[in-house]
Every structure is written in C-alpha cells, then in structure tokens.
Design a protein around this ligand. Structure first.
Ligand code: SF4
Length: 444
C-alpha cells in the first residue's frame, strides 16, 4: 500500500540588512529545512513569512517596518526577527498582528515561533530525528540546556569571549522539549547552562503561557514546572544568588531533586575577588546551613581550583577550613592551568607546580574524608536509586538522588536481574566507601 505523506508547511523569507543578517537567515532556513519545512519563493505560497530586519540606521529601520507591513498585507502571518527585534515595542505599536518577535542571532526563538505558527506533522517514515530529538546520553536521562553564554567575566574563563553574553531560551520552549523527552522515556532531566541562576535575566524574566499558566523565564518558575513533568529534575551550575533560596522549598516538596551543583571554585575572599566570581558573598556558609534546615537531604556538589595565581598558604588553609564547615557532599578539584586568552594568565605570583600538586593532594584527602563520613551515614537507609545499567551477572549500577551521572558516585547493586535501565527502585544501603554506595533492591 502506498503511503501518502502530508505536504510540509512552507516558509517565506524576506531578508534585509548586512551579511551577518544574511548568515542568520541562512541558518534559520537551514534549520527549518532540517525540521521538514518547505520554502516558498512568494507570499501567496507561504504558510508563514519571516522578516529578518535591520535596525542599524533610521532609514534601515523604516525599510524594515515597510517590509513587515508588506508581508502582513500580502500574507498576514508574519514573524519578525533580526536587529529590529530589539525594538519590539515599536513593531508591536505599528503591527499588533505580528505573530512573534525576536532579536538578532536568536535562531532558536525564531524556529520555535515558526513551529508554533505552522506546525509540522511528525512522520516516522521521513523524520530522521525522533520527535524528542537526537540524544547522545542513554534514553533514561537527558541534558536540558536552558541558556547559552554568560554575562560574567571570571578571570580564568574564556567562555564569555567564545560564546558571548547570556541568551536564555523561552521557558515554554524548554518545557516543550522537556515534555517530549519525558514522553520518549527520560526519567531524569539534567538542567544545564553556564549560569543556571541567571536564567532569564537577558529577557527580563518575560513570562510565557504554558498549560494555561504564566511561567516566568526564571529558575524558580522553570524548576517548579519541570518538576511537574514527573521526571527527576537535577539543577547544575547554580551560582548562589539570593533567589536560589527559593528553589530549596521545591526540593523539600520533592518537585526538584535535593541536589545543587554550585561551582564555588574557592572560599578565600581575596582569591574569589581575584577570580572575579559572581555571587561572591561572605554568608554562603550560613545559607548552606539554612538550606539544610529546610531540606535536610540536600546534596551539595561543587568544584574548586587550587593554585590560582596569588593563592597563599593562608588562602588555601582558609579553603580547607571552609570545607570542614561546609561539609559538601561531592567535590571536584582542579589545579589552576592558564587557558589561552584568559585574563588570569597576566596575574602576578603564579603558584609553583609542586605547590599546586601538594595542595591538590591535600584538598582531595580532605574532601574524600568528608565524603566517606557522609556516605557511611547512609548505610542502613533505604534510598531511591535510578538504574543506569544491569550486568549479565545480575548486578546493577545506579545513582541515588545525590549523584549526577558521570561526575558523582554510583550505587552498586546485587540481585538486580529484574531491573532495567531507567527503573527507579528503593534500595537498602549495605555498605559505603569514599565515593560509592553498595546495596540491594528491596523488591529482590
Ligand atoms: S566561569 Fe564565570 S565567566 Fe566562565 S561561564 Fe562560568 S560564570 Fe561565566
């Protein structure tokens, strides 16, 4: 029997402005073609028209507004992007019927708006990419990127110069992606970005409608909504801005995993200042204590750099003492290395390699001892464990809520032949070492 494929929606494009805008137009059209859209050379054949605008000079702005007006008159279904998108108020005032407006390089926002205005029909016979997208992780967990770039200028980092400033995704687009992932079998969503706490700052936390509710482009709203999708939600790269306190109750309620990945990098005030770290404030220890009062199970993971230029023995000892107080659950440490192009390379007083090595060994010893004590306290408890792998001999490897994949510890299970990857099973913890737990599923 012949299969009749539905004809794909068609997009028309009016591209104004400089070569950079042209490249943007090409990228947008390439993505739309990959998503199954057809292109229309005229207004009449298009299901939706994209106008990529220029706003460099007043004359270019007027030309852009005229192009929008023409597209509305000829077709009626118009999405505006490009430099004039930064003046959405001017466009809306003149053309309230425009379907969506986004700024330059916001490819994802444009593509998302086209999908909304003229949805494609998923078709297993022609789609190369499953509806939930291609994944490089196992089926049961997925990374969910909520923004790109970063507005900070940490002295050891070149990400802002490579990736540019913060560009946040729309909350409804993120939630739609997450919902598809969960429908496709994801049991754990790992929220990532360069700076998760800053999510939405660049788009002024603009709310979008999702399932009849207004959801702000804000970490707290997003975390709560993700938590309602029924998968584990794990937050990575969270800087301790004051509003982070708002997600701790969501953890206590069970909507979001009681897990915070906060890259502190150091504790000594002079080093944090030299590193130009964001949210560098003195009262972090007090806040950690409060978080643990609200959510006693919270696991805090962090990373630290030792041997940053100018780090004295006193600074390093301050860090070790701070770790004694903070009792973080998981810690990764790095020896400072100059990265080409990073401002830290020009700082005075580099720390000799032998001293870096010695400090690295000391911080690892300290954090391993803290981790071992924390894990030993879990022996005898029953913990929910997500299964990553079941071996041929009936053993399994999984993770508790305190363990992110790849970077934290594991829970090694016996008697697990009946389990499969992605199952979440109650496990009685029988033993522990410095980094891992050992146990058996209760149902075995
Ligand atoms: S290390 Fe600093 S500058 Fe680099 S991505 Fe993180 S917050 Fe931004």
């Amino acid at each position: 029997m012949a299969i009749t494929l539905p004809s794909p929606p068609k997009v028309g494009m009016v591209s104004l402005g400089c070569p950079k805008a042209l490249v943007d137009s090409e990228r947008i059209l390439t993505k739309l073609r990959a998503d199954g859209y057809g292109l229309s050379p005229d207004y009449a054949g298009a299901d939706v028209v994209l106008v990529n605008t220029c706003g460099f000079l007043d004359s270019a702005k007027e030309e852009s507004l005229e192009a929008i007006g023409e597209a509305i008159a000829e077709n009626g279904r118009v999405i505006v992007t490009g430099c004039m998108g930064n003046e959405a108020d001017v466009i809306r005032a003149r053309f309230p019927e425009v379907l969506a407006i986004s700024g330059p390089h916001q490819y994802e926002a444009v593509v998302e708006a086209v999908h909304e205005a003229a949805p494609t029909v998923p078709n297993a016979f022609v789609d190369l990419v499953p509806e939930a997208g291609l994944k490089l992780t196992p089926r049961h967990y997925s990374y969910l990127k909520i923004s790109e770039g970063c507005n900070h200028a940490c002295a050891f980092c070149i990400i802002p110069s490579i990736r540019g400033g913060l560009v946040s995704r729309r909350p409804d687009a993120i939630l739609r992606e997450a919902e598809k992932l969960v429908a496709a079998g994801t049991r754990e969503l790992l929220v990532i970005s360069q700076d998760t706490s800053a999510y939405g700052v660049d788009i002024r936390h603009q709310p979008r409608e999702w399932k009849g509710r207004e959801v702000r482009a804000h970490m707290t709203d997003l975390a709560g909504e993700l938590g309602r999708l029924g998968a584990w939600v794990r937050l990575h790269y969270v800087y301790p801005y004051p509003h982070v306190d708002q997600v701790i109750p969501l953890m206590a309620e069970g909507l979001v995993l009681p897990y915070l990945d906060i890259p502190f990098q150091h504790a000594a005030p002079s080093i944090l200042k030299a590193m130009k770290r964001p949210a560098n404030e003195a009262k972090v220890l007090e806040r950690i204590r409060r978080w643990r009062e609200i959510c006693p199970d919270i696991a805090i993971r962090s990373t630290f750099v030792v041997g940053f230029p100018g780090e004295t023995e006193g600074d390093f000892q301050y860090l070790l003492d701070w770790l004694d107080e903070a009792q973080l659950d998981r810690v990764g440490a790095f020896r400072f290395e100059p990265v080409e192009g990073a401002p830290a390379n020009a700082l005075p007083d580099p720390v000799p390699e032998t001293v870096k090595e010695e400090r690295y060994a000391r911080i690892m010893e300290k954090t391993a001892a803290i981790s071992a004590a924390k894990l030993a306290a879990k022996v005898g408890l029953t913990l929910d464990v997500i299964i990553d792998e079941v071996d041929a001999d009936g053993g399994a490897t999984g993770r508790s809520k305190a363990d992110a994949p790849e970077i934290d510890g594991s829970v090694f299970l016996r008697n697990s032949r009946h389990l499969k990857a992605g199952d979440i099973a109650p496990v009685i913890i029988e033993d522990a070492d410095e980094h891992d737990l050992y146990g058996a599923p209760i149902s075995a």
